[in-house]
Design a protein around this ligand. Structure first.
Ligand SMILES: *Cc1c(COP(=O)(O)O)cnc(C)c1O
Length: 393
């Protein structure tokens, strides 16, 4: 397998025994898989690995090819498990490393459903969650207790974009025998190869950049040899399965991930820098801009930036913000991101946090910059800021 990511996303998982003479693996729809005889049924069942025929729930070459291609992007990883959504990937990953009585350290800037999962499902199981400041770095050592079994990171946070010191936290954790999990959806392994940087389990909402076309939902967890068998077993016991059609769409998206990420990066930087120059904007939260908390860590640890960032308006209220967003021609209003199209979302980070306070000069907007021409997006936002100004008064 070649060295560079651009080549890996094109070639990953394309084993001749899975694809035959065709460029892409076929969509194998399967529940029952037939065996020659009782003896091969017995050996087949015993070999629990991708590439071994067993039953539809353990996948077919369509899912195996996607998992293998994702593993190839993470140097040092042993394998990847697939899930029907990013949230499913997060919850099963947590359940694979935690048990009753354990204590989990969770970053305060995390994706909201992750928070709710900890408070509800993990809480009912007798697992405590303590939230920590995303900028804590090696100071995480002071929070570690007798029962701390795992530390969950999301870097940057997908609403407020604080960049965490992943390497410092991972090395403190490793020294104390604590497992680290990272939600790496913003960066993907192309911008942040998490396993190489010391993380134990790295999670992607493939729904976003891997699928890339807003037409399928999927998640993945990639991990090291130390944690793979447990993750695989837990995943299978929870009956997690991804349809071959969705795996196919994700694989198709993956083939163009490298060039799409570059285009998202260029477009987002242009829009972010323009917003930073505008008097109606108090702050732009983009890891590649020096004003972003953790920008230095981004510059040291990441290979680039993606298309998602936020900005804070200077004064105004929710109605003035709605005037900006509602009249936009090129920005859709809706959840998710990572597709080819641009999106604008009103966000309320202050109401979500518990360990830290999030204060801002005005309401905030999260943008996903799609693959449209950035100058068209800027023109759209320029009119939006005029509507904002007129409504704000
Ligand atoms: C969207 C998202 C998820 C969840 O992914 P789904 O596929 O929507 O379940 C998890 N983490 C982050 C950072 C996300 O943006």
């Amino acid at each position: 397998m070649s060295e560079r990511d651009e080549t890996k996303v094109v070639e990953g998982g394309r084993r001749p025994e899975w694809t035959g003479p065709i460029v892409n693996p076929p969509v194998h729809r399967a529940s029952t898989i037939l065996f020659e005889d009782c003896a091969s049924l017995k050996t087949g069942t015993g070999r629990n690995a991708d590439g071994e025929w067993h039953y539809g729930r353990r996948g077919t070459p369509t899912q195996w090819a996607l998992a293998e291609a994702l593993t190839d992007l993470e140097p040092g990883a042993e394998g990847t498990m697939l899930y029907p959504s990013g949230v499913a990937a997060i919850s099963v990953a947590l359940l694979s490393v935690l048990k009753a009585g354990d204590d989990l350290l969770m970053v305060d800037s995390t994706y909201e459903p992750t928070r709710v999962f900890c408070r509800t499902v993990l809480g009912q199981m007798g697992i405590t969650t303590r939230f920590y400041d995303p900028m804590i770095g090696a100071g995480i050592a002071d929070l570690i207790g007798e029962r701390t079994a795992a530390i969950f990171l999301e870097s940057p946070g997908s609403l407020t974009f604080e960049v965490q010191d992943v390497q410092a936290i991972a090395s403190v954790a490793k020294a104390r025998g604590i497992v680290t999990l990272l939600d790496n959806t913003w960066a993907t392994p192309l911008l942040f190869p998490a396993i190489e940087r010391g993380v134990d389990l790295t999670i992607l909402a493939c729904t976003k950049y891997v699928v890339g076309h807003s037409d399928a939902m999927l998640g993945s967890v990639t991990t090291t040899a130390e944690h793979y068998a447990k993750l695989r077993r837990t995943t299978q016991l929870f009956g997690q399965h991804v349809s071959p059609d969705d795996a196919y769409l994700a694989l198709r998206g993956l083939r163009t991930l490298a060039i799409r990420m570059k285009a998202h990066e260029d477009g987002a930087l242009k829009v972010a820098r323009w917003l930073e120059s505008r008097p109606e904007v108090a702050r732009v939260l983009h890891p590649a801009l020096p004003s972003c908390p953790g920008h230095d860590l981004w510059a040291r640890g990441f290979k680039g930036s993606s298309g998602l960032f936020s900005f804070v308006l200077d004064g105004g209220d929710a109605a003035a913000r709605a005037a900006l967003i509602d009249g936009c021609k090129h920005f859709g209003i809706g959840y998710s991101w990572g597709g080819f199209e641009s999106l604008a979302l009103p966000i309320e980070p202050a109401s979500i946090r518990t360990a830290t306070r999030w204060e801002a000069a005005g309401p905030a907007v999260r943008l996903h910059i799609g693959l449209e021409h950035p100058d068209d997006l800027i023109a759209d936002l320029e009119e939006g800021l005029t509507r904002f100004r007129n409504t704000r008064g």
